[in-house]
Every structure is written in C-alpha cells, then in structure tokens.
Design a protein around this ligand. Structure first.
Ligand SMILES: [Zn+2]
Ligand SMILES: [Zn+2]
Length: 230
C-alpha cells in the first residue's frame, strides 16, 4: 500500500469566474470531496483568458467578481472539509500560466497586472512571493495561436493536464520540463461534470499554497496523477 494518500487538484475552474465552466464552485468542491481529495486550488481564467467577468467594470469590482469562484469554493470547503487555496490562470493569446501566491488584496492593489506581458507578469508574481507554472504547454486548440515556450519565466511545468485531448501533448510537456530541469506538476483543468479530477498525491497534507510551493520547488515527495486520454 502506497503511503502517498493526500490528493490535490491544482487547476480547477468555476462557473462563477470562468466562462467555459459549467460547474459552480460549490459543486466542484462537493465533487472533489466525494472523489476523496484533501484539497483544490481554484485557477479561474483571468482577464487575458476566458473570464466570465465583465471586463468593462471598474478594477476593484472586476477583482471582486473574479474572486467569487474562490470565495464560494472556500465557503463550501470549510463547511464540508475540503481545503481550498487561491490561484489564477492568466492567458496570453492562448499561452496559459497557472499563478499561485497572489490574493484579492494584491490584485486590487495591482491593476497593471491585467496588461502585463509574460515577463512582467513573472516578475510581479515573484515580487509577491508567488510562483508561475506553464499550463498544458503543447495543447493544440482553436483558441491557442501556437506554442510559445518561456522557460525563463516559469517555476514549473504542468506536465500532465487531464483536459489535454492527447497524451502526446502531456508527454511533450514532460520532455520540455526535463530539458530545462523544471519540476513537473499535474492538474485536472476541470470545468464540467464529466471531467475526471487529476493533480498530485502527497505523503504529507498541504495546509496552504505555500506548502504546495515548497513541495514543488524543493522537489518534495509527490506523484502526478496520470489520466490517459488517447
Ligand atoms: Zn476554460
Ligand atoms: Zn485551465
């Protein structure tokens, strides 16, 4: 029996803030609890991606609307016993990055985050003590303008993304991470009910996103959940 037992999905969308998601934050939390997970990180599409938030709102209201997905998930998680941490998925013409370590107050105080390019975003995230992970770098889809690789602007690679239609895209991501000596992560990229949760399994529980950062960057002990597609 493996002593890896705590499951986390590091890439979860909610109806509240992602236009392409059909499950509300509370529904997601219940689904993960039933699937035996210890926690999730919500990573809704930010304004460079497929956000549900009205981009014409004033900045503070926009951030408040954006954070609703996380807040509802946290509320439900506190109720039923699932840990919920905050993350962001920011997109640059379909090149997506999972960003961990920011929070609502930081976003409200940094409106320049919305139009920052990849390099500026990376610097801002690091300035805030956070980390940046390239999400599904080799996915092919209509909304993605082509593969853009920025190994200089990431801390890790999401090497196994359940939302990727082909295993080949995940295998390429593993090779990319290894070529640059970057840590691997995994995520469900869950949006809808049939989506199978994915992510990582750890030996020790994670009690904050900082535990997650330490685990990944210090190459702690974890396994990536490989869901095979085709
Ligand atoms: Zn989406
Ligand atoms: Zn995503």
């Amino acid at each position: 029996m493996s002593d890896f037992k705590y499951k986390y999905d590091l890439h979860v969308h909610t109806y509240e803030a992602s236009a392409c998601a059909s499950m509300t934050a509370a529904e997601q939390v219940k689904k993960y609890k039933e699937a035996g997970y210890d926690g999730i990180i919500t990573t809704d599409h930010f304004f460079g991606g497929n956000t549900r938030v009205d981009r014409s709102l004033p900045w503070k209201e926009k951030i408040e609307a954006y954070c609703k997905g996380y807040e509802h998930a946290k509320e439900e998680g506190d109720k039923i016993g699932l840990k919920v941490f905050f993350g962001v998925e920011q997109g640059f013409n379909g090149t997506d990055f999972l960003i961990y370590g920011l929070d609502k107050e930081w976003l409200i105080a940094h409106p320049e985050f919305e139009s920052a390019n990849i390099e500026e975003t990376y610097k801002m995230v690091h300035g805030a003590g956070g980390m940046m992970v390239h999400a599904h770098p080799f996915r092919e889809a209509d909304y993605i303008k082509g593969v853009t690789l920025r190994p200089d602007c990431i801390d890790a690679v999401e090497t196994w993304n359940r939302g990727n239609r082909l295993d080949d895209w995940n295998i390429k991501a593993e090779e990319y991470a290894d070529k640059y000596g970057l840590p691997h992560t995994g995520g469900g990229d869950t949006h809808n009910l049939p989506d199978t949760p994915a992510g990582i399994i750890t030996k020790e529980p994670l009690n904050s996103w900082k535990d997650y950062k330490k685990l990944i960057l210090e190459r702690g002990e974890y396994e990536i959940i490989h869901i095979h597609r085709g």
